[in-house]
Design a protein around this ligand. Structure first.
Ligand SMILES: [Zn+2]
Length: 55
């Protein structure tokens, strides 16, 4: 599942989308990443949120 997001890549300024992986086991939470369309940059959304709240 890919969803375009209104954020630009911090590395190249390109467009990004978010991609989600369903957890196959119920003890695991689904994980979501932000991925750049132009370069290989990707980040874990949970880590990204932590970075924002602690900045
Ligand atoms: Zn990029």
């Amino acid at each position: 599942m890919k969803i375009d997001i209104p954020l630009s890549c911090p590395k190249c300024g390109g467009r990004m989308y978010s991609i989600g992986y369903e957890a196959t086991l119920k003890i695991l939470r689904p994980r979501i990443w932000h991925v750049c369309k132009q370069c290989e940059f990707s980040r874990d959304v949970e880590d990204f949120k932590r970075t924002i709240c602690c900045a």
